[in-house]
Write a protein that binds this ligand. Sequence first.
Ligand code: AVJ
Length: 356
Amino acid sequence: MRSKADGQSMPEFELDTDDSQPDNVVLINLHPRVRDKRVEILSGLQQQQKRIDPKYFYDSRGSELFEQITSLHEYYPTRTERQILKRNAKAMAQSCGQNCVMIEPGSGSSEKVRLLLDELKPAAYVPMDISAEFLKRAAIQLAHEYPWLKIHAVCTDFANQENIPEGIPLGRRVVFYPGSTLGNVKPAEASKFLRNLGRWLDRDGGVLIGIDLHKSTRILEAAYNDKQGITAQFNLNILNNINALTNANFDTSRFSHHAFYNEQAYRIEMHLVSKEDQVVDLGEIKISLARGETIHTENSYKYTMESFHEIARRAGFTIRSSWLDKQQLFSVHYLELDSSGTGNGQSHQDHSGKPL
Ligand code: AVJ
């Protein structure tokens, strides 16, 4: 029997007959390799500190729960970033320059870029996502809403994409990376990731990036421990996804949500705490957990203006402008590649006045 076990995803951009695809959108499927998830998951669960990569939060239920998180009162990042984008769209458009090609890795529903499009008027918008179906739907919807916008959607695993995917329209490139997604990886990896994004740019391109800021432990811990328990459900749901992906038998009722701010490491840590001694079956492999033992599911690093500047500098970038909300909860930065390669010449306009 033939199977899809070659690790390649199937082409998914054949259009249904009832799909009305506007002519301002092009869809390209680079068939991202689906890496061996089972191997990755098992190896994480066999470490001394058991861990699951946060990308496994986002099955369809998890994506839905994350959507709910973004509108929670305690969860300030999404609404604050939206507010910053809205208020400063004009200045951001000026930084990006006219007729840029705006590339958004992990574009999802392309929600935030809508706040910039009218001011930015890019020559083209290139949403990139690993999920072909989701990307296609979002791109077609956006094309209907912005008939003047040339959309060039690329299905690819950008995290593993060393060079810029082929076929992207020519022009000055700006990478849009909102949501503080960069915070999910350790600072050293964050610099590496940014350095790689830099390879996608022409010399005069840039990066417009959203970064969550270090702040009081009280505010941070509330954001990851909402009263309604949505974040707890989001955290626990990762086990349902692991069950589906690996035939495991995790029982979510035997774990509890734990999120705290690690002040030394400047990161929120999310864990699932085993409520009792237990053994979980993952096919041939069994994983035992002692009561109180945890599975580490997420880091969410928080930066200061200085510490983010250092990340950018190490990646070969200079911060040209920074925009913050009045309370300095969140930040959006426009980065350009160093001209000298020495990492000097930084000048940020902190729109709130006070340095952090
Ligand atoms: C999407 C990774 C930025 O770290 O705040 C929200 C994910 N985790 N609540 C974050 C998340 C728990 C979110 N990021």
